[in-house]
Design a protein around this ligand. Structure first.
Ligand code: 3PG
Length: 213
């Protein structure tokens, strides 16, 4: 499941988690991410502007891996995909949402933190699961513990990841990429400081290169 998208996201190593309040920010944000070297983003469905932002970013950069995050229902899956989302991320493991995406061959990254949740993903053939909220649930140590019995699954941790601790996560080979908002903070977007977003994006890209050697 999801093999091609797993590989593409793994190649980036970092997936910016974006909360956009205003669709006017979508294009400059996509410009900054692309200029910084990150051709991917998870646009969260926490704001009314999310759908429009996905449309704008996908239209501006068809090759960009624009996904939809905070997806809580199958109805949101449909709206996100219609807007151009190429993958779906959910904070928790909702079997209805997961099964719906699998049936439609839409790459899905459901949130998991416990062995029971990981088991649900493994049973469905998912090879990469989100681990959220990563910091509060023990970070890389918990992921290491989970991958001991579940040998065939990899993780995309999100929540509390930053440039400061990225190496701890990406240093473990069963972590394909980290999600995070540190390079696309809401106050930077609101201030229109896309130059700083581009700088932080470049810094993240360089860090991934350094960590992976
Ligand atoms: C989220 O859903 O908000 C993400 O997990 C981002 O977390 P972060 O802001 O700690 O990077």
């Amino acid at each position: 499941m999801n093999t091609e998208m797993n590989e593409k996201l793994a190649a980036y190593g970092v997936v910016p988690v974006v909360v956009l309040e205003d669709a006017k920010d979508a294009k400059p944000l996509a410009d900054a991410l692309m200029a910084g070297g990150l051709g991917c983003a998870e646009v969260t469905f926490r704001t009314a502007a999310a759908e429009e932002c996905i449309k704008i970013m996908s239209a501006a950069y068809p090759e960009m891996l624009v996904g939809a995050g905070t997806i809580l229902s199958t109805e949101q899956v449909d709206r996100a995909v219609a807007a151009g989302a190429k993958f779906i991320v959910s904070p928790g493991f909702d079997p209805e949402v997961v099964d719906y995406c699998i049936a439609k061959d839409i790459p899905i990254y459901p949130g998991t933190v416990t062995p029971s949740e990981v088991a649900q993903g493994v049973k469905r053939g998912l090879k990469v699961l989100k681990f959220f909220p990563a910091a509060q649930y023990g970070g890389v140590d918990t992921i290491k513990a989970l991958t001991a019995p579940y040998t065939d699954v990899k993780f995309m941790p999100t929540g509390g990841v930053s440039a400061k601790n990225l190496a701890d996560y990406l240093g473990f080979k069963k972590i394909i990429a980290c999600g995070g908002s540190w390079m696309v903070k809401g106050d930077l977007v609101k201030a229109g400081n896309f130059a700083e977003i581009e700088r932080l994006t470049k810094e993240a890209v360089d860090l991934v290169k350094q960590i992976r050697g």
